[in-house]
Design a protein around this ligand. Structure first.
Ligand SMILES: CCCCCCCC/C=C\CCCCCCCC(=O)OC[C@H](COP(=O)(O)OP(=O)(O)OC[C@H]1O[C@@H](n2ccc(N)nc2=O)[C@H](O)[C@@H]1O)OC(=O)CCCCCCC/C=C\CCCCCCCC
Ligand code: LIP
Ligand code: MG
Ligand code: MG
Length: 206
């Protein structure tokens, strides 16, 4: 949802930077890889130390590389299967590291296992959301629906984790993570239903 509404804005915002990087000889793959290292590294270094605000700032600086790599690929006219595979696979590393890092802090120094468990639920269900789309697309269906696509998952966890680092009561983080886990579950259902509908249509005699 956010993806569809915000993509145009972010594409206009980052196109000058994408052009500059291409002029310097940087490749889309290099941006994908550097962005993943930045997001995963920022999460796994800062969050387990309890640095929720600074971790969020570092992650936010790198997370938009996922928008920039696609713009660069399209400017080059090279957007294709390899880039799509690399982009989506490395997104899973970034997402896994982000939610795992939240869980690590709250299982250890943060001493709030309820938040840690909610973060693990978001991790597992978020992966399931992405898997449902990838499997559907591998079978020739589409599954680009859902209330908790990646942009929604990232924005909600980053905003509320960053604010928790600034003193927002932890119960808000817990509530947002529980809602995100439930929204991810709903998204899995929405995607299963979309594929079921398409498979029935494909099987019905015309
Ligand atoms: C402190 C800083 C504050 C900043 C505030 C910012 C506020 C932002 C508010 C709302 C943000 C809304 C974000 C929505 C973004 C949606 C835009 C968008 O385009 O989303 C899609 C992206 C990218 O998806 P994908 O990777 O699938 O698309 P690509 O365009 O890359 O295309 C893929 C194809 O490209 C080809 N290709 C790719 C790579 C490659 N190497 N080769 C290739 O060929 C190939 O064909 C591919 O198929 O999706 C995302 O999900 C990114 C979302 C990022 C959203 C993060 C938002 C963070 C927001 C806020 C955090 C604020 C924290 C502040 C905390 C403060 C506490 C006080
Ligand atoms: O399916 P999802 O996780 O909500 O959303 C995402 C897709 O919109 C995107 O095209 C892909 O590159 C990401 O890796 C991720 O899969
Ligand atoms: Mg991308
Ligand atoms: Mg991506």
């Amino acid at each position: 949802m956010l993806n569809r509404y915000a993509r145009g804005f972010f594409t206009r915002l980052f196109t000058p930077l994408a052009r500059l990087l291409l002029r310097w000889g940087v490749t889309p793959d290099a941006v994908t890889i550097a962005g993943t290292i930045g997001v995963a590294g920022g999460a796994l270094v800062f969050y387990p130390l309890g640095q929720l605000f600074w971790g969020t700032v570092v992650i936010t600086l790198f997370v938009f590389s996922d928008v920039i790599d696609g713009i660069m690929a399209r400017l080059k006219g090279h957007g294709g299967s390899w880039g799509s595979f690399l982009d989506s696979t490395l997104d899973r590393i970034a997402d896994g590291a982000l939610f795992a890092a939240v869980a690590i802090w709250f299982f250890t120094g943060g001493q709030n296992p309820a938040i840690a468990i909610a973060a693990l639920a978001c991790l597992v269900l978020g992966m399931l959301v992405s898997y449902a789309r990838a499997k559907a697309e591998s079978l020739g269906f589409t599954a680009d629906v859902g209330v908790a696509e990646r942009a929604e998952r990232l924005v909600s966890v980053l905003v509320v984790t960053g604010l928790t680092g600034l003193g927002l009561p932890e119960v808000v983080l817990f509530a947002v993570l529980v809602i995100l886990a439930l929204a991810s579950l709903v998204t899995v259902y929405q995607r299963v239903r979309a594929v079921r509908r398409q498979s029935l249509e494909a099987a019905s005699p015309s």
